[in-house]
Design a protein around this ligand. Structure first.
Ligand SMILES: NC(=O)c1ccc[n+]([C@@H]2O[C@H](COP(=O)([O-])OP(=O)(O)OC[C@H]3O[C@@H](n4cnc5c(N)ncnc54)[C@H](OP(=O)(O)O)[C@@H]3O)[C@@H](O)[C@H]2O)c1
Length: 339
């Protein structure tokens, strides 16, 4: 096994190995990465040869394979991007860090606490950069909201309503050994964004199903999150809303200031009696910006764009949310690890 060596170091070109070029990678991530300079598309692995070949040809990768280990052992690759379904994330992240690669993994970082702790150890040993596709913290809304609340003294109150709709029961995200459910797969985004906006870590969560008799109770839930600085967040993750209503609406309040974001397209910022509105034709959810930040960190040999403690806390909080749904109690989120 190739061991990571020394400090991160700088590089002019990032050699990319892509593992799992499925629908999201092909539609969003790889096209966004193609727009960033100084990136070389070295190799791509998918489960099946035909899809690997097609994706490698379409996106200009040098070669393709069906065994991710080929990419992990390739010295021309210094950054691995993981876009597989959730159950494979932890083993691929650990394998890549152990071979001295920098890692970008789509959310969730992993699917249970044992995996999370193994990743924490591998990360601490590796000295490499690890980031998770929590793209919303890179959105223009998140940046403007942070500006609006700069210098605040008191805590924030945050409301995050998601018009999630139903997923068919057979969808892989519901699958107990592939997706591990919508809390782990999707709620992690909202926990992470609220942690970013409050510059604080979650310390306690509680969650309730809207309807105990629902066949897919994770389709329709309320979550309360308390953050270390006293800020509080509510997530309403709903399949009971009208399809005509926006997909995501975020409201943030504190010290006479308010930020409102509708679908990452229309944002309002209020400070006293001043009001600023930002509108865009596209949903600006931060995907391009998160890739830019990762590539820049790899090139310049600097720290991971997001502190590992924060990735760990957002992930652990989603595990606790899931447990709270089942036990009906508020649960603490203790962040302790080798970082
Ligand atoms: N951040 C966001 O906004 C956002 C939005 C949507 C999804 N996502 C995340 O993106 C990830 C992928 O979702 P998706 O909808 O794109 O899934 P998907 O379409 O099922 O794609 C999974 C890909 O992984 C490949 N794969 C499976 N096993 C593999 C293995 N052992 N080695 C290498 N490749 C393997 C599959 O290859 P084959 O094609 O050969 O089967 C497929 O191309 C998930 O983590 C999801 O949560 C993020």
């Amino acid at each position: 096994m190739q061991r990571p060596s020394g400090p991160k170091g700088t590089c002019e070109t990032v050699g990319v190995g892509w593992i799992g070029a499925g629908s999201f990678s092909r539609a969003k991530l790889i096209p966004a990465l193609q727009k960033i300079s100084g990136v070389r598309f070295v190799g791509l692995a998918n489960a099946t040869g035909i899809s690997a070949q097609r994706a490698a040809r379409n996106f200009g990768f040098g070669y393709c394979c069906t065994d991710a280990n080929e990419l992990l052992d390739d010295p021309a690759i210094n950054a691995v991007f993981i876009g597989t379904r959730h159950h494979l994330h932890a083993s691929l992240v650990i394998g890549a860090l152990n071979r001295g690669k920098h890692v970008f993994v789509e959310k969730p970082l992993c699917v249970n606490e044992a995996e999370l702790n193994q990743i924490a150890e591998a990360y601490a040993r590796s000295g490499r950069i690890l980031t998770v596709g929590f793209n919303r913290r890179y959105s223009p809304f998140a940046a403007d909201c942070t500006d609006l609340f700069k210098g605040r003294i008191g805590p924030l109150s945050m409301l995050y309503r998601v018009n999630a709709g139903r997923l068919p029961s057979g969808h892989w995200v519901h699958h107990p050994t592939q997706g591990h459910g919508r809390v782990i797969g999707e709620i992690c985004h909202f926990v992470d964004l609220m942690g970013f906006l409050s510059s604080s870590l979650p310390v306690e969560v509680q969650a309730w199903p809207v309807d105990h008799l629902d066949a897919n109770p994770e389709d329709n839930i309320h979550v309360h999150i308390r953050f270390a600085d006293g800020s509080r967040g509510e997530v309403l993750y709903l399949s009971s809303a009208s399809a005509s209503v926006s997909k995501e609406r975020i409201e943030v309040f504190g010290q006479g200031r308010t930020a409102i974001c509708e679908d990452f397209r229309t944002c309002h910022f209020y400070r006293g009696n001043q009001h600023r509105r930002e509108r865009s034709f596209f949903h600006k959810k931060g995907h391009r910006e998160e890739l830019r930040a990762f590539v820049a960190a790899v090139k310049h040999g600097v720290e991971s764009p997001v502190r590992f403690e924060s990735l760990y806390a957002s992930t652990l909080a989603t595990f606790r949310i899931r447990e709270s749904l089942q036990c009906g109690r508020a649960l603490p989120v203790h962040v302790c690890g080798p970082f």
